[in-house]
Design a protein around this ligand. Structure first.
Ligand SMILES: Cc1ncc(COP(=O)(O)O)c(C=O)c1O
Length: 398
């Protein structure tokens, strides 16, 4: 009797989740979570149809590089599949420290700490160093992982207009003198493809005594010498305290990294909850990232091809009169401004065998609903021709 009474009690959280409008819409229109049945390079198969992938973050196309695949498989044979533990306890291995040293040396930083995801690393880079009583100055368009870091830190937050040094200057002026401050920006903004105006922004941050955190998930592998990223592109290594990023894009793996001075990274290893209480990155993922980093340095043709493809793709979109939000990088949005237009455009591309991703408000600012596309070094000339034909068709459907 008691059991049946209990089972009738309504659970507010379950009801709320079941009534969630966004989930209902997602299940009705099925725009996301497409499980592809096969992939080779830029080619995928979806519901039995072969298509071109145009929204992956595999900028350098290394996820199908023979040396990278070989390293991934070999690591599991040597180390097993997982360390099943956190770095602080039973989970540290020499392949972790080797990869950290390699990333730190590549980026010209004293030290590095790697973790299971870029999301974790970038969130932790903010949450660990800021605390209650501090003020974080955040670009309005930073990634969700950085906002999570801001919230976890319990610091106060001041947003400034996207990539706008003048607005940052005004916000800085309004802050009380002596408050510890942190600046949080991205090197390349993932949705917009904008490159951070780092020279002006970092200068203002330095004058105001801000600790600077830069997430270069989309600049790493793409900008700078051999793909060293946005900070290297501007030669401003000494102006950025923490440079973090993801291994799931140009490094063709999963995982994240945080780099900085040795004392900052040791502080992080003592204080970051995400580091202390989460298992270490597995051997195959680390080996994949390590092999990709080697290829980045020994085979410049991938970066060259990426930029050649990017230029050609951007010109193609421009020729069709599409709004690419002034993207300067291989992450190229097609801004259509409403979710109806985005849905129609996305469907038209799908009809013509091109897979892209819709991004609608609130994931993007209101009126900026867009199709997120990204070029890879792996796209062939034939791919780009097929993409051009599909884009021309999609424009006609608007
Ligand atoms: C700017 C930025 N930072 C961090 C991340 C998280 O990286 P990961 O997918 O490796 O967790 C992403 C991924 O989309 C990103 O775009």
């Amino acid at each position: 009797m008691a059991l049946s009474l209990f089972s009738k009690t309504k659970k507010a959280i379950i009801e709320r989740a079941q009534d969630d409008y966004a989930t209902k819409m997602r299940l009705k229109y099925k725009p996301y979570y497409h499980a592809m049945e096969w992939q080779e390079g830029t080619r995928i198969r979806l519901q039995g149809r072969d298509m071109i992938m145009l929204s992956s973050n595999d900028y350098l196309g290394l996820s199908f590089h023979p040396k990278v695949i070989e390293a991934c498989g070999a690591a599991a044979k040597i180390w097993g599949t997982s360390t099943t533990g956190a770095r602080i306890s039973n989970g540290s291995r020499s392949y972790h420290t080797a990869l950290e040293e390699k990333i730190a040396a590549f980026l010209g930083r004293e030290a590095c700490h790697i973790s299971v995801a870029g999301y974790v690393s970038c969130c932790s880079a903010v949450a660990t160093f800021a605390q209650k009583g501090d003020v974080i100055l955040a670009d309005k368009n930073i990634h969700s992982c950085l906002w999570d870091g801001v919230r976890l830190s319990m610091a106060g937050v001041e947003r400034f207009s996207h990539n706008n040094p003048e607005d940052l200057r005004q916000v800085l002026k309004s802050l009380p003198h002596g408050t510890p401050k942190m600046l949080v920006v991205e090197g390349v903004y993932s949705m917009e493809g904008h490159v951070c105006r780092l020279p002006e922004i970092a200068q203002l941050a330095e004058e105001a005594g801000c600790f600077t955190v830069l997430d270069d998930a989309h600049g790493f592998g793409v900008l700078g010498r051999q793909g060293r990223g946005t900070v290297d592109h501007f030669k401003l290594n000494d102006k950025v305290d923490i440079l973090c990023g993801s291994m799931s894009k140009s490094l063709a793996s999963t995982g994240g990294f945080i780099t900085g001075s040795r004392d900052m990274i040791e502080y992080l290893r003592t204080n970051s909850k995400q580091t202390l209480f989460s298992a270490a990155i597995g051997p195959s993922q680390a080996a994949t990232a390590s092999a990709s980093l080697d290829v980045m340095q020994s085979e410049p043709q991938h970066l060259e091809r990426l930029w050649r493809n990017t230029k050609r793709y951007r010109e193609m979109l421009k020729g069709l009169g599409l709004d690419t939000w002034e993207s300067e990088t291989p992450a190229v949005p097609i801004v259509l401004g409403s979710k109806e237009l985005v849905y129609r455009f996305w469907n038209a591309l799908l009809d013509k065998g091109v897979f892209t991703v819709m991004s609608i408000a609130p994931a993007v600012p209101p009126g900026k609903d867009l199709i997120r596309t990204a070029v890879s070094a792996l796209h062939s000339d034939a791919d780009l021709e097929k993409i051009a034909a599909a884009m021309a068709y999609a424009v006609k459907q608007l």
